[in-house]
Design a binder for this molecule. Structure first.
Ligand SMILES: Cc1cc2nc3c(=O)[nH]c(=O)nc-3n(C[C@H](O)[C@H](O)[C@H](O)COP(=O)(O)OP(=O)(O)OC[C@H]3O[C@@H](n4cnc5c(N)ncnc54)[C@H](O)[C@@H]3O)c2cc1C
Length: 381
């Protein structure tokens, strides 16, 4: 294996693999992607895999809309010989407070400006879409048919295999343990399999991005928050769309296989733990059975934990280290990195390849926390 590359990417989740693919598509193929375990072993392989365009900020609505266009034909786009499992059964966003319902009206205006086909529903209309929804306490809901979910394993593999066909190399079960920096410029990485050199290094290590950035003299304001999810036994189709509520902090969907995947988002102390807890099982089932009483009959098959890489304004950070030019951190996705990953990868690849983009990458810089130009988002779970 050679030791010198044009670009090194740290992290084999959706962000690292999609960025490798987009760079290769732009002719930058001399890339080594280093992953400490296996591809999708981090948040990507543990996520709910929901894809929604119903955001409250124009930025996120755009990122998700443009990513959805890619998810809609990811197989052809990457040359992947397997379905990536996209199912556009819609997202039903349920409002349980007046304040939330008012905010939904504002969110719809943003979405409609971008041509997103979302609409407001009364509780009765919401029940027509999800007959098992308990409408007690529901003020209203919004729905977008083009929202849905995809298979995070196949999506990531699609990007990785597409990148590999263009010449990108992958080194799994290898941890980046240090950085080489010369005269304020990144020069390479130290790993458990020896050093590799490159003048561009992309830090796509999710919750571990801050510790790598610190080696380059940068403080990235991202913390790790454990989030848990579970899957039930498969049953006959009961709901076709994702059901989500911000104020009750839950999401639930039925997969094509028939099992239900669901999670709640209680605020926990910062944690890197992959351990799942009985408290989650108990709280999750109480919240879900209240919202969709039909779930009471189902058996839980498995539960797991992953991490959100939380940034202060719950939006991504793309930042180049000042003391190690060429070292970029791409993290802070705060629980929605899967659905915006395709567009973020394009943005990053265009920047590195010197190509124009309709989005200004500078708005994602962590400088916004000093200038107060935060990327505020009212619609996060
Ligand atoms: C329970 C849960 C539910 C979620 N639901 C959704 C959802 O419905 N929709 C959505 O859009 N998003 C969701 N997310 C968020 C989404 O999973 C993430 O935002 C996204 O997967 C981030 O991708 P990534 O490539 O940045 O990170 P990851 O997939 O975590 O990839 C980073 C990789 O870096 C590797 N790594 C770390 N340090 C090193 C090192 N030193 N050397 C080498 N490799 C290293 C890790 O092993 C890991 O594989 C959810 C997350 C969780 C935990």
């Amino acid at each position: 294996m050679k030791r010198e590359y044009e670009v090194i990417i740290i992290g084999g989740g959706i962000i690292g693999c999609a960025t490798a693919f987009e760079l290769a598509k732009r002719g930058i193929t001399d890339i080594l992607l280093i992953e400490k375990r296996y591809l999708t072993s981090g948040a990507t392989g543990r996520c709910g895999a929901g894809i929604r365009q119903q955001w409250g900020s124009e930025l996120n609505a755009r990122l998700a809309l443009e990513s959805t266009h890619i998810f809609e034909h990811l197989e052809e786009y990457t040359g992947y010989g397997h379905s990536c499992g996209l199912h556009q059964g819609g997202y039903l966003l349920v409002a349980y407070t007046q304040k939330e319902w008012d905010q939904f009206q504002e969110n719809l205006k943003v979405q409609h400006r971008l041509g997103i086909d979302s609409r407001a529903l009364t509780p009765q209309e919401a029940k027509q879409i999800v007959p098992y929804l308990n409408t007690d306490g529901v003020y209203g809901a919004t729905f977008c048919q083009k929202d849905g979910h995809a298979d995070p394993f196949h999506c990531t593999q699609a990007y990785a295999q597409g990148a590999a066909r263009m010449g990108v190399e992958f080194l799994t079960y290898t941890e980046v343990t240090g950085l080489q920096i010369q005269n304020g410029q990144i020069a390479g990485v130290e790993t458990t399999k020896g050093p590799f050199s490159a003048r561009i290094v992309l830090n796509c290590a999710n919750v571990h991005a801050p510790e790598l950035a610190r080696m380059a003299g940068e403080e990235i304001p991202v913390t790790s928050e454990r989030h848990q999810a579970l899957v039930t036994e498969p049953v006959a189709p009961l709901i076709d769309c994702m059901v989500m509520a911000f104020s009750r902090s839950f999401y639930v969907q039925q997969t094509p296989h028939g099992s239900f995947v669901m999670g709640i988002g209680p605020r926990e102390e910062p944690s890197f733990s992959f351990r799942s807890t009985w408290q989650f099982l108990e709280q999750n089932c109480a919240v879900m059975c209240e919202a969709l009483p039909v779930l009471r009959k189902l058996n839980v098959v498995r539960q797991w934990a992953g991490q959100y890489d939380l940034s202060p304004d719950r939006n991504p950070i793309i930042d180049e280290a000042k003391q190690a030019r060429g070292f970029y951190s791409i993290c802070g996705f705060s629980g929605h990195g899967f659905m915006v990953g395709p567009r973020i990868a394009i943005l990053m690849a265009n920047h590195l390849a010197g190509k124009d983009d309709t989005m200004d990458i500078r708005m994602f810089s962590k400088k916004r926390y000093e200038t107060g130009k935060l990327l505020l988002e009212p619609a996060v779970v």
